[in-house]
Each structure stands twice: as C-alpha cells, then as structure tokens.
Write a protein that binds this ligand. Structure first.
Ligand code: ADP
Length: 668
C-alpha cells in the first residue's frame, strides 16, 4: 500500500477535501440531531406536564367528594392525547383512586410508590404532580407518555444524516478532484518545468504564473532563478568562446615560436656542422705544416750539429709533438660534440697491445726516476675484439697523466678480467700513481672539458684539460665506465672497466708485459730495418712534405722517386717499376683517390700485379680511411708522418707482396 506522502498531489488534495467534508458534515448533522432530540423531549415533557395539570384541576372535586367514577371519566379524556400511555390518581394515603390505560399497556400500580416529579425510562416519560385544593395537597396525579416518537425521530435523523453523507461524500470527491486543479495545476507546471530542464538542459523554460499566492511567488522565484542561471550560462558561454579564442591565439603563437625554434635549431645544427667542418679543416691545415716541422726536426736531429742547435731542435720537436697532441684532442673533442665519433671494433692481441702501449711511457718514467710496473692478471684473454684505437687513446691519456702528475714513487698499470659470459668479458684497467693527487671536490670536475684540478698546475705540468673529458666520452661510447679515487699528496687511482668480445679464450699464463721496471725497457730499442731493395714512389704536391717523406724514406734505406700530382703518379707507375706508392690524397689536377682508381684500372687492363698504395693524408675525420680503402688503396697513414709507423707499414706491405709472389707460380 502506498504511503500518503507518496501519492500524487492531486489525489492528496482530493482526499483532504473528502476528509474535511466528512468531518464537517458529520459534526454539523450530529449537532443538529442532538439539538432537535433534546428540544423534542422538552416539548414532550411540557405537554405531559400541561395535561397532568389540567387533569389534576378537573379531578380535585371528584377526589374531595370521593367520586371515583367522575375521576375515571376525567382521566378517560386523556385518551384523546396520542402520546399518553396511562394515567392514575392517588389519594393522599397512596391508594389508587382512579386510573386510565391504553389497551395493551400495563395498568398503573395500585399504590403510589412515586415521589412527585419526572422520571424517564427506556420507553416512557412519567410525571407525578400533587393535586392541590384550597392550598392543601389532597392527592397525586401520575401521567406517563410514550417516548416512541422521540426514538423514531432520532432514528429518522440518523438515517437522514447517513443518506446525506452518502450523497455528499462522492459529490465532494468529484468536486475535490475538480477543484484540486486550482491548487495543483501551478505546482504541476513547476514540476513539469524542472523535469524538462533536467532532461533538456535548457534554462529558457518559464512557468506561467496563475495567481499571486505563495505558489505564484514560488513561480516568480523559480522563473527568476532560471533567468539568473540562463544569464550565467550565457556569460559562461561567452567566457568559453573567449577562452577558445585565447587558446587558438596561444596555439598560433606557440606554433610560430615552435617554427622559429625549429629554424633556430636547424641554424644551430648547421652552425655546429660548419664548426665541425671548420675544426676538421683547420686541424688538417695545421697538421700539414706541423708535418714539415716535425719531419725536419727529426731529420735535423739526425745530422751533425752543435750542442746548442741540438737543444733548439729538441725544443722544436717537443713543442711540435705537444701541438700535435693538442690538435688531436681538439679534433676528437669536436667530433664527440658533433656526435660523429663511432666505435670501430677490431680483433687484437692483448699482450701486443699492452706492450706497445707502455713502451713510450717506460722511457718517460725511467727518465723521471719512477718505478713503472705493469701487471696483467693470468685470467686475461689472449685475443679480444674492441676499439683498439680508442682504448689506446684513453689508456695513453691516463698513463700519461699518472706520469705527468707524479714526481717520485711509482706508476702502476694493472689489467685483469672482471667477468666472462660466453664470449663477452669485462676488462679492468687500473692506473695508479703516487703523485700529487686530486682534491675530493674537484674529482668530478676533472672529467669536464677544459677543466683542471688546479689552475696553477697547468703552468707546471701543461695540458688542456680535454684528455679526461674525451676519455670519459670514449669509455662511455664503448659501454664502459671510468672512475677516480684520489687523495691529495698520496696519489690517484683511475679505474676503467670496458666490455670486450673474447676472440681467443686462451689465458695469458705469463704476465703480458715483460716490463717489470722501466729500466729494463729503456734499454730495448725499436728495430727498424731499412730494406735497401725497395723502391718507393712518393706522390705529394707540397714541397716541404716531399722533402720530409724523401728524407725519412732515405733514412730507412729505401729508394725514392717523387711526383707532384696524380697524373704524374699514374704515368710513373705505368712507365717505371716500384714496390710501393705513398699517395697523398689531396693533390691538384688528379687527387689521390682518382689516381689510385686509374692505377687499378691500368693494372687490370695490362694484367700487372696490383702495387701496394698507402694513402697519406692530414684528414683525420671519420670515414676517411674507409674512403681510401674503397678507392683501392691498401693502407692509410695520417700526417704528421710517424717515422716508425711509416717504415713498419711499408715493410708490412712489402713482406705481404713477397709472400704472395712466393706462393703464386705465375709471378714467381
Ligand atoms: P690535462 O692533463 O690535459 O690537463 P686531463 O683532462 O687529462 O687534462 O686532466 C684534467 C685534470 O685532472 C688535470 O689537469 C689534473 O689537474 C687532474 N689529473 C688528471 N690525472 C691526474 C693524476 N693522475 N694525478 C693528479 N691529477 C690528475
């Protein structure tokens, strides 16, 4: 069953009207009935009293005279009054004197038991009054009336009330249902409006006001509220549009800024590329004259000269080498910055690598009176694959620093294998010294470019502060790590860990470097055997470089011929017999690449054995070696020419040729 609160407002109002009608109608009807009945009873009592008084007056003489028949006759007249049921006259002593009763009604009692007054019972109303004669009571008259009519009346009234209610209630219900509209219609309209708003989200809906009552006020307030919401909505919409406009504007600005940034970035990249190119070119330009200076100094040192001149020449030689290192560092650094430096993996023998690496340092350490030891652990693999050039560069820098910053005590190099997983191994290189050390707070900074632990140190030790920055980047490129532990005055320990591929799993049973002490190495001299039978063609346009090359080659005992261009080189190869060609890459008319291609073409056509061609160039940029090899050259040397490297390279290729001719019957 529904709760009253849950039924619709229309039914509520109708029900309330019904209840109110019922209550009011019932109260009014019952009130009237009560009043009517009371009134009727009073009236009956009065009529009984009047009849009783008249009868008493008419019977007093008969009572005084004792004439019962006369009294009975008088009482008999009461039969004309329809409400009288029975009547009796009693003497003063209470004896029944005369009586009257209607048929079917009980006769009055024979003795008076009543005290004069009125009594009412279920069906009758009786009145007893004294009979007075000459101001003395001579008897009592009793008259009893029927109350049947009274009850008839009450019943009739009640039935009438019921009938009227039966008619009035449905009527009031119908009326209520009709009239409720007056009250509920505006409320329902309000409710309808709110539903529409919540469904359609439009605040333009308005409710019609019918009257100025509370509901009318509610409608006003409601409409007012909607108006405000609509206004706020409109404002919000306006704001949103403004915001969208702002966003569009900002997006446009951002896009513009972005494209400007892109342009700037492109310009910066272009500038950086130009810078790299510039550095490459300038280092090339610097290397060429430096080649001349170094070569000439080397040669001059070989000639007879005074002690004074010896000092000058050595200074020139030293300064040139330092300058060369510096140029190499700057070039490396610019390559790293431009992201142009790549790792080139080659297979090499670890023992040979370490031997070659430490040899020059052994001399230096010995010269400074330092203990120089190299310890290679037994577990180190024999042959590995890694970027030998870059690894050498890093270790050279670390060992060089160790010797540079140590004035007494020792410099130690320890090499071991940290771990091995299939053919992947981690090698550990520890370079420790008992030198000046690095303060804790500078230990991170020394790996930054152009940073040195102590500004004043530079003057004492020289250097650019680029070495460690380059080393860190190179080790990083190789996938390894580098770290330093140091305390001022006690020394430094630099540790490098580098991943390598193990080519030959055989361990080095003996420590690789036989150098336990610098002294033992300093006595060992590098053998450079000049082979007098070799004929070398030098193709080089720069006269100083021509002289340097010729002098160096002659010093090694080779026969030489010089040409100044690619065209001449091709002619010379066609018309004369040489064992090897040193080909400068940049030459007028026909450059080294073209000349090599032409020579290879000629050899192919004439069926001649290919002659070993060694490129010589001051270009140290990446990809240059590959270009030379692709062009058909056999090897590559960079300027300034290192005397030992030059001789070793020539001899290597000469030996290869000799081996080839031994195994090939056609050329034998
Ligand atoms: P450079 O040696 O050319 O100055 P590096 O980048 O190789 O540049 O080294 C940076 C600085 O780190 C050096 O100037 C020096 O102050 C400090 N340093 C490097 N190695 C050592 C070392 N073994 N002992 C003491 N200081 C060192």
């Amino acid at each position: 069953m529904k709760r009253f609160a849950d039924i619709s407002i229309r039914h509520k109002v109708a029900l309330l009207i019904l209840i109110i009608t019922f209550v009011i109608f019932a109260a009014v009807s019952l009130g009237f009935t009560y009043f009517d009945v009371t009134n009727f009873r009073e009236q009956l009592a009065n009529e009984v009293r009047v009849a009783s008084d008249i009868t008493a007056a008419n019977t007093d003489a008969a009572l005084v005279s004792g004439n019962k028949a006369a009294a009975a006759e008088t009482l008999e007249t009461l039969s004309s009054l329809p409400f009288v049921l029975r009547a009796a006259v009693y003497a003063n002593d209470g004896e029944l004197f005369a009586e009257f009763s209607r048929p079917g009604v009980q006769k009055p009692p024979s003795r008076l038991s009543l005290i004069p007054g009125t009594h009412v019972d279920e069906n009758s109303l009786g009145i007893a009054s004294p009979i007075i004669s000459n101001e003395t009571q001579i008897g009592v008259i009793y008259l009893e009336a029927s109350t049947h009519e009274l009850y008839q009346r009450i019943w009739f009234r009640l039935r009438l009330v019921a009938l009227m209610l039966a008619i009035a209630l449905p009527l009031s219900l119908i009326l209520g249902l009709r009239l409720q509209r007056v009250v509920t219609a505006p409320i329902l309209e309000l409710s309808h409006a709110t539903r529409k708003i919540s469904h359609d989200h439009t605040f333009s809906v308005r409710t019609k006001k019918i009257g100025d009552d509370e509901i009318g006020q509610l409608v006003d307030e409601f409409n007012n509220m909607l108006e405000q919401i609509a206004q706020r909505d409109a404002k919000l919409q306006l704001h949103r549009e403004e915001l969208e406009q702002v966003v569009l504007e900002r997006t446009r600005e951002l896009t513009e800024a972005n494209s400007e940034l892109r342009k700037a970035k492109e310009q910066a990249e272009k500038a950086s590329e130009i810078k790299s190119q510039f550095v490459a070119n300038i280092t090339h330009e610097l290397r060429t004259p430096l080649n001349g200076i170094l070569g000439m100094a080397t040669l001059a040192l070989e000639t007879e000269h005074s002690e004074e001149l010896d000092e000058y020449l050595k200074t020139i030689d030293n300064s040139s080498r330092t300058l060369l290192d510096l140029i190499n560092d700057v070039l490396d650094f610019s390559k790293i910055e431009a992201g142009k430096l790549e790792i080139n993996l080659t297979k090499f023998n670890l023992k040979d690598f370490v031997d070659k690496l430490v040899k020059p340092f052994a001399f230096q350490a010995d010269f400074k009176g330092l203990d120089f030891t190299v310890a290679v652990a037994d577990n180190t693999p024999r042959e590995v694959e890694a970027d030998i050039v870059r690894l050498r560069q890093v270790l050279t820098n670390l060992v060089g620093n160790a010797i540079k910053f140590t004035s007494k005590g020792e410099v130690k190099i320890e090499i071991s294998q940290l771990s091995l997983n299939n053919d992947r191994a981690w090698l550990k290189f520890v370079i420790s010294d008992s030198g000046i050390g690095i303060p804790k707070h500078r230990q991170d900074e020394i790996f930054d470019a152009f940073s040195q632990a102590d500004g004043s140190v530079t003057r004492r030790f020289g250097g650019t502060g680029l070495g460690l920055a380059i080393s860190l980047q190179l080790i990083d490129l190789m996938g390894g790590e580098i770290e330093v532990k140091s305390s001022p005055g006690e020394g430094s320990i630099f540790t490098c860990t580098v991943p390598v591929r193990v080519v030959d799993q055989h361990r080095l049973k003996q420590p690789a470097a036989s150098i336990a002490n610098g002294n033992s190495v300093s006595k060992a001299s590098v053998q450079i055997a000049g082979n007098g039978s070799l004929r070398v063609l030098v193709a080089e346009d720069n006269p100083i470089n021509q002289r340097v090359a010729v002098k160096l080659l002659q010093k090694a005992g080779f026969h030489t011929a010089v040409v100044s261009s690619g065209v001449d080189a091709l002619d010379a190869v066609k018309n004369e017999t040489f064992d090897i060609v040193l080909m400068d890459v940049q030459m007028p008319e026909m450059d080294g690449f073209q000349a090599t291609e032409e020579i290879r073409k000629f050899e192919g056509e004439s069926g001649r054995e290919p002659i070993p061609i060694i490129a010589v160039t001051a270009h140290a940029m990446k990809g240059y070696r590959e270009r030379c090899i692709t062009a058909g050259m056999n090897d590559y040397l960079s300027k300034p020419i290192d005397y030992k490297e030059l001789v070793a390279t020539i001899e290597k290729h000469a030996a290869n040729e000799a081996a080839k001719s031994r195994t090939s019957p056609q050329t034998a």
